[in-house]
Design a protein around this ligand. Structure first.
Ligand code: DON
Length: 302
């Protein structure tokens, strides 16, 4: 396994030069464009590392999976899906177009920004601080380790520049898709995106999603099933179909260049970081690493 991972990382390292790091959040523009690293935790819980594994990065959109899980715990199935749809999209991750044209005026799904902001709005608590603490603790409990932290600089950077998300938030309230104080919801959303980890933390989260509902800490089987389903159908933005064909496992990417991939059949968790992105916002080398790994280890769920 170790040799396989090292070979796949070496094979794909040059690909990073074909991508670009995200710059719309100024702090992310400082990421190392050449970096590439992977952690894989296998069915027995054995951890393998290859490449640049000492870098820390923010979860960004990977956090949307856990916000969805907590919102489902808080509100139940109908409480979430009365307000947010379940359909994949062909639009860019920060698209606002479908919001105005989609007849139900509900965001399409919880993995695009509009749906994720509406999902985050459903997390319970008496203040932003309390709501964030609940989500942060939930993610830390799932990771079961000390690798989850918070990146204040990325949070401030996104909060200062996140006007598109602000526009989405106010639009959502105007059409009744969210209630309450929009700035508070956005603050919570920017905070969740700024939760920080490393590839081991990411692989640990992924592995927990790969295990059945009986593993510790216990997660509701229904919540786990829904989370994996959205990762599989909507987790890689408007490249999700291609990813499903080429890799075939539930995964979620973030603009930091992180991909959290979960192989349920093998009970395997994989965390990849390679900050240079393709034009759709997915890690250019990370996607190829997972495609090579999936072919090699027969990970595809079909
Ligand atoms: O909403 C944003 O702009 C980010 N904080 C998260 C988006 C993200 O990770 C999209 N990824 N491809």
């Amino acid at each position: 396994m170790q040799a396989t991972l090292e070979a796949i990382i070496a094979q794909n390292r040059a690909l990073t030069a074909q991508g670009r790091v995200a710059t719309y959040i100024p702090e992310l523009a400082m990421s190392d464009a050449d970096a590439i690293g992977i952690c894989l935790i296998d069915g027995e819980g054995k951890t393998y590392l290859a490449g640049d594994t000492d870098i820390r990065f923010t979860l960004q959109s990977v956090s949307k999976v856990f916000a969805l899980m907590l919102a489902l715990e808080d509100q139940g199935f109908d409480g979430v899906f009365d307000r947010i749809g379940m359909e994949p999209t062909g639009d860019a991750f920060n698209s606002i177009v479908k919001l105005e044209t989609f007849s139900s005026l509900r965001p399409l799904n919880p993995m695009i920004n509009a749906g994720a902001i509406a999902t985050t709005a459903l997390i319970k608590g008496n203040s932003v601080a309390e709501r964030f603490e609940r989500l942060y603790s939930y993610i830390k409990a799932i990771a079961g380790n000390e690798r989850i932290r918070f990146n204040e600089r990325v949070y401030k950077s996104e909060k200062a520049t996140g006007d598109r998300n602000r526009a989405i938030g106010y639009f959502l309230r105007d059409v009744g898709a969210i209630d309450g104080d929009v700035e508070e919801v956005l603050d919570l959303y920017f905070r969740q995106c700024s939760i920080e980890t490393d590839v081991v933390g990411l692989a640990t989260l992924a592995r927990r999603l790969a295990l059945g509902p009986d593993a510790e800490p216990q997660l509701s089987p229904e919540v786990l099933r829904i989370a994996r389903t959205f990762m599989y159908t909507c987790g890689m933005y408007n490249a999700t179909g291609e990813f499903a064909v080429k890799v075939g496992i539930p995964a979620k990417s973030g603009v930091s260049g992180a991909i959290m991939a979960t192989a349920p059949r093998q009970q395997m968790g994989i965390g990849v970081i390679a900050p240079a992105l393709d034009e759709k916002g997915n890690s250019i080398a990370g996607v190829q690493v997972l495609a090579d790994l999936s072919r090699r280890l027969h990970l595809s769920i079909f």
